[in-house]
Design a protein around this ligand. Sequence first.
Ligand code: FES
Length: 170
Amino acid sequence: MTHMSPAPGGASRRTVVAAVGATGLAAALAACGGSDDKATPPGTPDADATSGTAQQPSQPTSPPGQESSAAGPTGGRALARTSEIPVGGGKVFADRRVVVTQPSRGEFKAFSAICTHQKCVVKDVSDGTINCPCHGSKFSIEDGGVRHDPAKLPLPEMKISVRGDSIGLG
Ligand code: FES
């Protein structure tokens, strides 16, 4: 059984009406503008009103600084607050597979939390190293370099951004 739904027909009719209305309005404006441009010298109120509306600058709704914080390049992937990361230490975010360190005050770094030995997730950060629980590998909080084997390769560094007291990935 087939029957036509009224919604598409109604919608398209409305669209057509709107399009005709817009076209008619544009035609009327063009006609008025065309005749006015020729008949009215520049500087008259009509000419000023037309150019004023056409060249009205768009106003930003918020200052540039606030705008960038609301929709930053990190896309809101906040990871931690700076206060969570101890100076000279770090914190493992196992669920995000990342460890964030602060080798010196205000200097934040992030590394993959996947041990380069056999892919365990590192457990904690202490005494300047990121520590894997599986076989005892240790990595530097400064550059992810191996400080204790059996791992041979450093933890890959990850890109983070610090904005205010918020640390985000990316
Ligand atoms: Fe980390 Fe072996 S998996 S030390």
